[in-house]
Write a protein that binds this ligand. Structure first.
Ligand SMILES: Cc1ncc(COP(=O)(O)O)c(C=O)c1O
Length: 374
């Protein structure tokens, strides 16, 4: 069994035989919603809402990549996050970082507002805050690292220890640090979450979410039942596209990391820039943790705090020619956005979030330079 993410990803889906066309190097797309049953036929698939060959091919690859026991693929990252939240008992206590993907936090707050869960947010920059937030009644500790969009680092091993001491299940949103560079299960976490819309797919044409578990336990069974009942499994064609995308994920991720590091180094000292936030910079507050925890690249995401406040930031985002002014991350094309224009959680008004794609690094640097100086 290969263990290197480049080998696992490159051969994704190539060994699954359930498509019925198993001589293909690439698995066939199986769109059926129902599957024949009976003597001599496999019962692995019954009805697509519970599982289908394309989903299983993605799940097998994700399980191997993150070193887990099993995986489930969903119709979006948010569908996967919702399934995890739905596995929390009525009124159960959830702890999550103050700085995290705002859409996920919005949904947690909405669930807390109706009494479905009790929610405590902790400041991940304060070393004592997590311990104070956890209680013996905490059911779930949600972590995200690097945190969106300041790219702060949470020490997964240390946070997991605290979570487990309180009796909580620990989930890590590792969207920005896929298993090429960080494997949260190896650091003690119980579940890993990826918005596979991002680096896993990488081509900005599929919404998907993946959960990987360390062990088969009752919570995992509940999550699987929730996905089957809600029908939030990824569709057949999207699973096929995702499998194609993830075959090159390690290669794309490594390229994005290298270019992001180059951009961060060039613009840290730029006269129009107040600060660059990138885990790979020695000046970044989470750099020491990043060195330990992100073993093969500091990510393709960085934020640039420009001089001249929000009006200059908006002007820069509108003046780039290669970076598209758009949200999302992890695609082959580079994106730039002014987060304060729409993010629901606090963010500096002069912050530009940048997702670095796979274009030529020098051309990207020149484009950002002309936009900042223009
Ligand atoms: C870190 C992170 N987690 C979760 C999500 C939600 O994933 P999706 O958009 O696939 O539903 C996103 C989306 O932007 C994200 O950036």
């Amino acid at each position: 069994m290969p263990v290197d993410p480049f080998t696992i990803a490159a051969q994704a889906g190539g060994t699954h035989e359930s498509s019925g066309l198993d001589s293909g190097i690439v698995p066939a797309m199986q769109p059926s919603t129902t599957f024949r049953r009976g003597p001599g036929l496999t019962d692995e698939f019954i009805y697509r809402r519970y599982g289908h060959p394309g989903a299983v091919a993605v799940e097998e690859t994700a399980t191997q990549l993150d070193g887990g026991a099993a995986a489930l693929v969903f119709s979006s990252g948010m569908a996967a996050l919702s399934a995890v939240l739905d596995s929390v008992p009525m009124g159960g206590h959830v702890v999550a970082p103050m700085v995290m993907y705002h859409g996920g936090q919005d949904w947690m707050r909405a669930q807390a507002d109706i009494g479905r869960i009790a929610l405590t947010l902790f400041d991940s920059d304060d070393p004592e805050a997590l311990e104070k937030a956890l209680t013996s009644a905490t059911d779930l500790l949600w972590l995200e690292t690097p945190t969106n969009p300041l790219w702060g680092l949470i020490d997964i091993a240390a946070a997991t220890k605290l979570g487990h001491a309180a009796g909580a299940t620990v989930v890590v949103d590792s969207t920005v640090a896929p298993p090429v560079t960080t494997r949260p299960l190896d650091l003690g976490a119980d579940l890993v979450f990826h918005s596979a819309t991002k680096y896993y797919n990488g081509h900005s044409d599929v919404l998907a979410g993946i959960l990987i578990t360390k062990v088969f336990d009752d919570r995992w069974k509940r999550i699987e039942t929730i996905r089957g009942s809600h029908g939030s499994i990824l569709g057949a064609f999207d699973a096929w596209l995702l499998l194609r995308g993830l075959r090159t994920m390690p290669l794309r991720y490594r390229r994005s990391c290298e270019t992001a590091a180059a951009i961060a180094a060039v613009f840290e000292g730029h006269p129009q820039v107040e600060r660059v936030l990138y885990p790979g910079l020695a000046s970044h507050p989470g750099h020491d943790i990043a060195v330990r925890q992100m073993t093969d690249g500091f990510g393709g995401m960085l934020s640039v705090l420009v001089k001249g406040g929000s009006s200059h930031a908006l002007q820069v985002a509108e003046s780039t020619r290669l970076f598209a002014n758009a949200t999302s991350l992890g695609g082959v094309e580079s994106l730039i956005e002014h987060r304060a224009s729409y993010q629901s959680t606090p963010v500096p008004e002069n912050l530009l979030r940048i997702s670095v794609g796979i274009e030529d690094p020098d051309e990207l640097i020149a484009d950002l330079g002309q936009a900042l100086s223009g």
